[in-house]
Design a protein around this ligand. Sequence first.
Ligand code: HEC
Ligand code: HEC
Ligand code: HEC
Ligand code: HEC
Length: 180
Amino acid sequence: MNKRLLVLIGVAAGFTAGSIIAAERDASLYVGVKSCKMCHKKAEEGEQFAKWQESKHSKAFELLGTPEAKELGKKAGVEDPQKSGKCLKCHSTAYNWTETVQTQEIPVEEGVSCESCHGPGKNYKKKEIMKVKADAIAQGLIDKPKEFCKNCHNEQSPTWKGSFDADKMFDKIKHPRPKQ
Ligand code: HEC
Ligand code: HEC
Ligand code: HEC
Ligand code: HEC
């Protein structure tokens, strides 16, 4: 069965979306933001790297070192949020929605980076594949990842505010290519 369909069915059935994703994402295929940056930093391409860097996702690890995070940690029985899988599962791509680090290719400090949304890049990041969207998708690129926001933006977050409008929230972090 189509994997994305499986995820949708899982969500509809009320499973924890995160755990389903973790099971089907191959963490050994992560390459880290450094590998995306080389082609996605130019202004004429939409400077996705800079836009990500300015976004809170790039600071998701740092944030876990704040007094506010430590306070939240205490309530969850976590001594140091920057070292706990209970927090890093959603605050670091390297944890891949699990409670232990899953790859050394992505530093934990990178926070939530491109591949948490767009999928592990090892097989699609080659130029000749990236240039042909269908090929990139066949190699694991998730081109429309809004449905994956709720893998982290959900009621398991200690700061969950009860709802999440993916379209509205994406507006704050959008990084389009300029119209050709
Ligand atoms: C060797 C250069 C190169 C690398 C490395 C690279 N990309 Fe790309 N990417 C491209 C090109 C070229 C396009 C297509 C642009 C176009 O169609 O004009 C593209 C398109 C995309 C798209 C848009 C797909 C669509 O059309 O909807 C996404 C998303 C994307 N890349 C994500 C990534 C991510 C995430 C990484 C790192 C894992 C990455 N890319 C690494 C060159 C690269
Ligand atoms: C299920 C995923 C998930 C888990 C687990 C998680 N977080 Fe978060 N965290 C988020 C998301 C998503 C946000 C963005 C704001 C929101 O929607 O709650 C966030 C935001 C935060 C913020 C900023 C709050 C704000 O309003 O700006 C702090 C602090 C924080 N998390 C600490 C923690 C700590 C400490 C843990 C571990 C005890 C943890 N988080 C576990 C997903 C998670
Ligand atoms: C929080 C999730 C998230 C992160 C992190 C993220 N993206 Fe995206 N990206 C999206 C979504 C959602 C879209 C828009 C898809 C759509 O049109 O519905 C998108 C679109 C794109 C596009 C196509 C833009 C266009 O309109 O042509 C490129 C290229 C891209 N992302 C590259 C990157 C790169 C490179 C990084 C890391 C530096 C990155 N993204 C980080 C979610 C994300
Ligand atoms: C791997 C987990 C993860 C995924 C997937 C994810 N986020 Fe987040 N997001 C977070 C965390 C953690 C924070 C809090 C970071 C911080 O405050 O430093 C956050 C914060 C944000 C913020 C800033 C909050 C604010 O109030 O300004 C926006 C906007 C956002 N996310 C949008 C999205 C959208 C849209 C998607 C899907 C396209 C998405 N996120 C996918 C984990 C995730």
